[in-house]
Design a protein. Structure first.
Lengths: 334, 334
DNA sequence: TCGGTGTAGTACATCGGTGTAGAAAGAATG
DNA sequence: CATTCTTTCTACACCGATGTACTACACCGA
């Protein structure tokens, strides 16, 4: 059996509550006693039982991060950033993946594990605005991503509109006039794809450049493989385009692969740009022009907000947008 | 305040214990009573308090996965596989990252969260054989990786020796005779780097090819950036090599970048091979020849072992090696 | 009729901490 | 000297579930 507070108390010759007080930095403890207790803790290798503490105090020191999958570098890097940010608050992160499945995302909201965590960072991909009522109004939670808006929770977003416009403008500035769009989701009115798609159209309109509707290709799961497939799809229909804007970096990297396989040169024949600025974008061949949504900022902001809510802050819910940054690399300029 | 078992019991007109019995599928319950209780649970939206259950039963349904970082795709993909494997057993995964820092890896072993998890999947990078005594002998744990051997725990390993030999033999078979080694750690006697380095030497010896000691370059953190730097290092010293074996894929991808920057062609001038078979290896330009250590197998094996131990199995500790697979791609053959 | 077995449910203690109230001792105040 | 305050520590109940032990009843066979 594990060592308990009782054991420590006996060993130190004090009451269990005094041990508890020492552990929780209760101010009125004689230095001598504190040392005695700490020594006993050390001697016996005592560790608090979080479950017991939780039962009484209601706190676990754990927050959950719910996201689609870690295989996607964007989410992996976001998770790393969130873990680091949580660590600064002394919190541990429990990661749950949903594969972007709506049902699994919904159950993640009501898991019994809900009792085990103090708060939730929630990044759904399968939900939609109609699920807004499923969001918990009482337990602390911060929403990430673009599937639901104006929910009863704090929300940290990527600056999709301005970020997308910046990269599309950049392509237009390079003289590209036939920019294919990779990864669109024609059936969806909401979500990241729809928002970026609209911004892509708006950027065209600002420049008075006709929107090449026929160059929009849907791209499934936004993996590398979908990027390559979508690209090959497009090639089978037309060669009449001089740039590709992929809705995320993995799509773009898959596309680069497919373009190279056609024997075409990037950016000379076709310029390619993505979105996310994953680590890989800086080391691909060619390096990838992309928008950095500022993961570190997002993670830190989200965790800070969550911590505030966990602390009982009930002020108005916030909707925050992280500042983006455009990184111009080889795939669009030579 | 949340709904408790008492509330449900009162609502259903039974004792709290009966509610507990219903929830735990205790066989001797009248169908009528069961329905009454389930209805009450539904009515009140009751969810068990895991902490309370844990306190009494000692089980949480959560396992921890300790690894260096998620930004490294190898670990991210391993984590995904582990989460999936754990899910099949109804377990949730709590991920903890250590940045390969020895101290943080050691504290991860004794965190208070230790009470919160039923078992531990542990993948250290900073520890060494001298830390073998720090491993817990009592709580269920499965060791991953190559930093410690013959510990008091189960151990699932990559087939580093045969995997490395296979890829080096492949390079030699292609007629390459001056194979640079990227990412070596000269100061370390143990660990993945040392094992793969030795296997690289052995493969040379099997073929009677002299080992080009001067072509071994150390590579820090095994990131893309370190790969590029190491490669540039090497170029600044010599051009007398016709292949590069990078000790992992991210190093290899960084190296590919640096080689391309020199205006050299892959594999014509220099062949490149890696280790890990991350998703990216299949979509890089050129695609990367590499060894697949079989993450899915590793994750599933490790979780299965852990579940057995959590179930109280105290049989002899196992050391298992996952079967590797060599993937030959463009970076070594044209 | 009696005892044995199986079914259905309950009472109570308990897991390991922490909040609350308060006791004991000495210091400060009037 | 009595009173109040401060510091230090303790006793006890309780968080919410579950294991153990027990009651009660029905049914069976002898």
């Amino acid at each position: 059996m594990a060592v308990t507070m009782r054991d420590v108390a006996r060993h130190a010759g004090v009451s269990p509550k005094t041990v508890s007080n020492v552990m929780n930095d209760y101010p009125y403890i004689r230095e001598e006693t504190r040392i005695k207790v700490l020594a006993a803790i050390d001697d016996l290798g005592y560790r608090v039982n979080i479950s017991a503490r939780t039962l009484k105090s209601g706190r676990t020191g754990v927050i959950a991060l719910v996201l689609p999958e870690l295989s996607n570098p964007y989410f992996a890097e976001l998770a790393d950033a969130a873990i680091a940010a949580a660590g600064e608050h002394g919190l541990t992160v429990m990661i749950e993946t949903t594969n972007a499945d709506r049902q699994r995302e919904l159950t993640a909201l009501s898991r019994p594990g809900g009792h085990l965590v103090d708060g939730l960072l929630y990044s759904p991909l399968g939900l939609g605005q109609e699920d807004v009522d499923a969001l918990p109004t009482r337990s602390p939670m911060v929403l990430l991503g673009e599937r639901i808006f104006h929910g009863p929770v704090d929300h940290v977003m990527i600056d999709n509109v301005e970020g997308t416009k910046a990269v599309v403008r950049h392509l237009l500035d390079q003289g590209r006039r036939r920019i294919a769009l990779l990864g669109s989701k024609p059936t969806e009115q909401i979500g990241t794809a729809a928002i970026r798609h609209r911004a892509y159209i708006e950027a065209h309109e600002e420049y008075g450049v006709p929107v090449p509707e026929e160059l929009a290709v849907s791209g499934g799961q936004w993996h590398r493989s979908s990027g390559a497939e979508a690209m090959n799809d497009l090639f089978s229909r037309t060669q009449d385009f001089d740039a590709v804007f992929a809705l995320n970096d993995t799509l773009a990297l898959g596309a680069i692969r497919a373009i190279a396989a056609q024997g075409l040169r990037i950016p000379h024949d076709i310029a390619v740009a993505g979105f996310d600025n994953i680590d890989e974008a800086e080391y691909s061949t060619p390096t990838l022009t992309t928008v950095d949504p500022n993961r570190v900022h997002i993670a830190r902001t989200a965790v800070d907000l969550l911590v505030r809510r966990m602390g009982g802050d009930t002020s108005e819910h916030e909707e925050l947008v992280a500042p983006y940054e455009l990184h111009v690399r080889e795939s669009t300029v030579s």
